[in-house]
Design a protein. Structure first.
Length: 250
């Protein structure tokens, strides 16, 4: 039987460990954060996500060719940029990398629906994950994502963050960036996409590996309808444009 004095010492040690462990973990993460300053002017040739997909394919005995093609921010249609922003992170130009209101709403939705949803991650957080991390839902990975996102926001302009995101986002098996995806799926440059193609490409962001934007499955149609509704709500398209296309997704 543990004596009372020994029991008290044990509890003190456990309390000390409980207090110091998060501090030590946070300190370690801060000390090992990547240097993002080169991203001001340098376009990355690869990302952690690309390398993760290649390693994933190798473990399965396959190879995967990475398709990517850099495109300037001004060459990406304004409507595509707005569709992505409104759908993925409507407050992108106003928050500092973390949208706490969206996180709160996502948590409420998760509790109400008794499931874990994807919501809450900003464009900056998604970029941090794509550049330096992995699809893992490990809590420590999320903590690193938080601090990297804050560093990206401190060092880079909003338009630069958005440029990196649109050029590096996964949009298919081995397909990264809106230009490569536009060429692969629709056979044309991103600057030439129609409204329907913009909506379809934006729709697959949550499920890029398992969804072809040219398809007609129920989930894809639902996503496309939702994006069209938001574009109309935010007055990015007119009623005529909305009505001419919504029927294709119902």
């Amino acid at each position: 039987m543990v004596k009372p004095t020994k029991r008290r010492k044990l509890w003190r040690w456990l309390l000390l460990i409980a207090v110091l462990t998060p501090i030590a973990v946070t300190a370690y993460i801060l000390l090992t954060l990547p240097d993002v300053s080169s991203l001001r002017t340098k376009d990355p040739s690869s990302t952690a996500f690309m390398r993760f997909r290649q390693e994933e394919a190798r473990r399965k005995g396959r190879t995967i060719a990475i398709q990517k093609e850099w495109v300037d921010f001004v060459s990406i249609p304004a409507l595509l940029k707005e569709a992505v922003r409104i759908t993925e992170d409507a407050s992108f130009y106003w928050h500092k990398g973390i949208d706490f209101e969206e996180i709160k709403e996502s948590l409420k939705r998760d509790l109400r629906e008794k499931r874990f949803s994807r919501g809450g991650s900003t464009i900056t957080q998604q970029l941090a994950k794509n550049l330096f991390l992995s699809p893992s839902k490990n809590p420590l990975r999320k903590v690193r994502e938080y601090f990297i996102a804050r560093r990206l926001e401190k060092v880079l302009s909003k338009d630069r963050i958005f440029t990196l995101y649109l050029n590096l986002i996964e949009l298919g098996s081995g397909i990264f960036g809106v230009q490569a995806a536009s060429r692969y799926y629709f056979g044309r440059d991103v600057s030439e996409l129609s409204l329907e193609e913009i909506v379809r490409l934006t729709a697959i962001i949550p499920r890029p590996v398992t969804t072809d934007p040219r398809g007609s499955e129920g989930w894809l149609n639902w996503r496309c309808s939702m994006i069209l509704e938001k574009l109309r709500l935010y007055k990015k398209i007119g009623e005529d444009e909305y009505q001419s296309l919504i029927g294709k997704f119902q």
